[in-house]
Design a protein around this ligand. Structure first.
Ligand code: GZL
Ligand code: ZN
Length: 305
């Protein structure tokens, strides 16, 4: 029944549940599917939530509209996995004026952190550094031609994975032949890699893919061109979704840095604390780590995502 203390002016479901509007990026990759599943499980009714879910199909304008609709529905809290870093000031200010707290999960925004309560995510820069450290150790001062499949243009992971990697390979003989976004999708990763191969062919020694889905698409293109992925063209990637880890075990990818997607429980805990008026940490990261082919073979059977 209705809880007398529940403010029935808003969309709060009136039976004590916390109504949460969740603006997800879309369904662009295996990582995203795992993240969405984790969030849906954490924000369940038995955990005390009424989840209003929106996936914005990787369209930043649609995602901002979804957040505006959550404000109009007067939800108790809003969670956002922001597709891109920029353009969030206005709608975050509107949420703040409406008294609706915002929590970021996964990616983050360039807006002032006064405009959101907390960011529960990953250290994308560190992921890029770990990937770049492997490339530097593997290729060192051997002249090496690299191509890059970048994540979604303007997204925090794309920006920071690029920056971290670049820092790690400073002073090496690795040069960037080409770099282009594959929008974190397998299909675009394949198409862009086909273009790289047409332009540079066997001059390419190394591929840095900002996520496994693009690396898997690139593997299709490399094999179609009669080259051997993991040998003719070495590949370093980030995410460590199951399909990526399998390619690592199969020797088609050489090194993968994890990006942990199963963060729903911590996000739900932060949202519950924020709604209860408890203090929360502004930023909480999950620790990531790299995997070699040998290490992946040891864990693939019980891999979580
Ligand atoms: C990173 C996440 C990225 C993944 C991609 O935390 O935002 O978006 O690396 C996903 O696979 O599409
Ligand atoms: Zn480190």
């Amino acid at each position: 029944g209705a809880n007398a203390s529940t403010d029935d002016g808003g969309a709060s479901s009136g039976d004590g549940l916390i109504t949460v509007g969740f603006a997800q990026t879309g369904s662009e990759s295996g990582w995203r599917s795992a993240n969405t599943e984790s969030m849906r499980e954490a924000f369940s009714e038995e955990n005390g939530f009424d989840l209003v879910f929106n996936a914005a199909d990787n369209d930043p304008a649609a995602q901002i509209s979804a957040v505006r609709s959550f404000i109009n529905q007067e939800v108790d809290a809003i969670v956002i996995a922001p597709i891109v870093e920029d353009g969030w000031d206005d709608v975050l200010q509107e949420a703040q004026e409406a008294g609706i707290p915002v929590v970021l999960e996964d990616r983050t925004v360039s807006s002032s952190d006064d405009l959101y309560e907390a960011w529960v995510g990953l250290d994308f820069r560190h992921e890029g550094v770990m990937a770049g450290e492997w490339a530097a150790e593997t290729f060192g001062d051997t002249p090496t031609n690299m191509v890059v499949l970048e994540g979604t243009t303007g997204s925090a992971p794309a920006n920071d994975r690029a920056a971290g990697f670049a820092e790690a390979i400073e002073g090496t003989a690795i040069t960037v032949l080409d770099s282009q976004t594959g929008n974190f999708t397998r299909a675009d990763g394949k198409t862009v890699m086909e273009g790289f191969l047409q332009k540079h062919g066997s001059d390419i020694d190394l591929l840095y893919a900002h996520n496994d889905d693009m690396a898997l698409g690139a593997i299709d293109a490399i094999e179609a061109a009669g080259l051997v992925p993991g040998e003719d063209i070495q590949i370093v990637s980030i995410d460590a979704v199951r399909d990526g880890m399998q390619a690592l075990v199969d020797g088609k990818i050489n090194y993968i840095v994890t990006c942990f997607p199963l963060i729903g429980d911590l996000v739900a805990e932060v949202v519950a604390d924020v709604v209860a008026g408890n203090p929360v940490e502004k930023v909480q990261f999950f620790e990531d780590r790299p995997y070699t082919q040998e290490e992946a073979a040891e864990v693939i059977d019980e891999w979580q995502y």
